[in-house]
Design a protein around this ligand. Structure first.
Ligand code: DGL
Length: 273
């Protein structure tokens, strides 16, 4: 294993870019290869078997084409459904987003009321609820699926203030229940953080599971001697299985310009070996 190999990352679409952005900021000496499986998103309503299959295909692409040193599942739904399979199948470390998110929420509200918004797949998997039952047994957890938020983000409407009333309405049950902490348990949701914060009120702590994961990644690389020691770092490469122009617009808006960063279309059916 060479420390100057890239780190792989994937999501069903643009959501994982929230993890990528945090990771790029914390780890400027690492190269990231990102896949957004936009052609097959949303993952939220899909079966566990489908998500495991898609995750395996993407992981194989990243391992075979880029010889990545570590894989980050930058998607809560894929973490909930495919993390153990990928950890078993791959010979490199695989990190998901749920552990770090649950830990950050437990720390923020050990005895309080924790809200969770995520996809249906993540909510139904009960992964967050089970982790929080262990980490913060005194806390109450209220979980709510928010598939519409994923659609709005993918449609580049994450800063569209005309959606505020709809977001308020969606989150009213959590506001009425007086949650003090809200886990953004879908990597798409931090793009909508302003709309979400306005809906629940300024006193509610938003937990960005992606940011917490980027911090964990930094510590993991250091502890396992995997951090890149070389001064030369390749620019990130981003792939989408869906519409390139739409993905590019959101990626550039969210990540800003980075010299050398390449955004390409990927046809996974052409990459299977
Ligand atoms: N961004 C993904 C997550 O964190 C899923 C969105 C979707 O494809 O439904 O769960």
């Amino acid at each position: 294993m060479k420390n100057n190999q890239a780190i792989g990352m994937f999501d069903s679409g643009v959501g994982g870019l929230t993890v990528l952005k945090a990771a790029e900021q914390l780890l400027p000496h690492e190269q990231f290869i990102y896949v957004g499986d936009t052609a097959r998103m949303p993952y939220g309503p899909r079966s566990a078997a489908e998500i495991v299959q898609y995750s395996n295909e993407i992981a194989d692409f990243l391992v075979n084409q880029f010889n990545i040193k570590l894989l980050v599942i930058a998607c809560n739904t894929a973490t909930a459904r495919a993390l153990p399979t990928l950890q078993e199948r791959l010979s490199i470390p695989v990190i998901g987003v749920i552990d770090a998110g649950a830990q950050a929420a437990a720390k923020a509200s050990p005895e309080g009321k924790i809200g969770l918004i995520a996809t249906k797949g993540t909510v139904d998997s009960k992964r967050y609820q089970e982790e929080l039952a262990d980490l913060a047994p005194q806390a109450t957890v209220l979980a709510q699926a928010e598939p519409d938020f994923v659609k709005w983000v993918e449609a580049d409407r994450f800063e569209d203030s005309s959606l505020q009333a709809a977001v308020d309405q969606h989150l009213a049950p959590l506001k009425d229940a007086a949650v003090d902490t809200l886990i953004l348990g879908c990597t798409h949701f931090p793009l909508m953080a302003d709309l979400i914060q306005t809906a629940v009120g300024p006193s509610v702590a938003l937990i960005d599971a992606g940011k917490a994961t980027a911090q964990f990644l930094k510590e993991y690389l250091a502890e396992h001697g995997l951090a890149n020691q070389s001064q030369t770092v390749g620019a990130s490469r981003l792939f989408t299985t869906g519409d390139l122009a739409a993905f590019e617009t959101i990626a550039q808006e969210w990540l800003g310009q980075q010299p050398g960063r390449k955004i390409e279309h990927l046809d996974l059916s052409q990459t299977q070996v």
